[in-house]
Write a protein that binds this ligand. Structure first.
Ligand code: NDP
Length: 253
């Protein structure tokens, strides 16, 4: 069997699993953060956990970039830059900025995410730098690239801003929860998740690829149910929670 045949099977299995994950997560919130609970086995500190969960997306992507044949074209370099910017932040910087990082999360969740981010890094990089049609600089003038890249950058900026707002709700050493204010939190309970979804939808559009689409679908499958759980949790725990604030999408849901 060729690598491409294995790649296609992995990609379609991966996309199929997203539908199952979405359904399951509506009923069982992933047990970390405010939804952590006993019964999920041994736990690891959240900073170490986030590093192990997210950094494979960077390391695998960079490795595949260097061993793939088409890694010097301008389009390849731009996609390499966008992906790396996100994952240097998420995998190498974000974990050590978390406030309340003395908390823990289950090892089983870390292992699942490790597997997911490794596969996702491979699927996206191998497509971009080997299996995709060879895109010249003309791609930069294509509306799919222009709109997608703008969405990616806007989502990336919104995600960093929202995570910073959440982080600053706590003083160093604190672990409790407050009502977030500012930025897109004016409209939604989970501004960081909304921005993340915008970002990876932009990626799917800009790369115009099945692995890009698969990641955008996975991001929605992961974060939409969790936004619903967070939103219900806020309403349950804060009597003065802003009544007009939606869970995930401004003015809609
Ligand atoms: P959360 O919004 O649940 O938490 C982010 C951080 O802020 C945590 O440290 C959390 O503490 C803290 N926090 C959250 N709400 C409050 C509050 N009201 N008061 C004080 N502190 C608060 O995000 P996640 O941890 O789920 O995700 C982190 C990042 O990873 C996000 O940017 C998200 O978009 C991204 N992500 C992306 C996924 C994808 O599929 N692409 C999947 C999962 C996450 P605590 O942990 O103690 O609750």
């Amino acid at each position: 069997m060729t690598e491409y045949a294995i790649y296609r099977i992995l990609l379609f299995v991966f996309m199929g699993l997203a539908a199952g994950a979405f359904a399951a997560l509506l009923f069982v919130p992933v047990p970390y953060g405010r939804h952590n609970r006993p019964g999920w086995g041994p736990q690891v500190r959240v900073d170490v956990g986030w590093f192990l969960m997210e950094s494979p997306s960077l390391f695998v992507f960079v490795l595949v970039f260097f061993i793939s044949p088409r890694n010097t074209s301008p389009a390849s370099l731009v996609f390499f830059g966008l992906w790396s910017a996100h994952y240097i932040q998420r995998g190498l910087v974000y974990p050590w900025l978390i406030r309340g990082r003395q908390k823990h999360l289950p090892v089983v969740i870390v292992l699942m995410a490790f597997f997911f981010t490794s596969c996702n890094g491979y699927l996206n990089a191998r497509w971009l730098f080997n299996f995709s049609p060879n895109r010249g600089t003309g791609w930069f003038a294509d509306p799919r690239f222009i709109i997608g890249a703008l969405l990616f950058i806007a989502g990336f900026a919104g995600n960093i801003q929202s995570d910073a707002i959440l982080r600053n709700l706590r003083r160093p050493g604190e672990t409790g929860y407050k009502i977030p204010v500012g930025g897109l939190f004016k409209y939604v309970s989970c501004a960081n998740y909304f921005s993340e979804i915008v970002e990876w939808s932009g990626w799917a559009l800009a790369t115009w690829s099945l692995p890009g689409l698969s990641f955008a679908i996975w991001t929605i499958a992961n974060l939409a149910p969790r936004a619903r759980s967070h939103h219900l949790w806020y309403r349950e725990h804060f009597r003065d929670y802003p009544p007009k604030r939606k869970a995930l999408v401004p003015f809609l849901i």
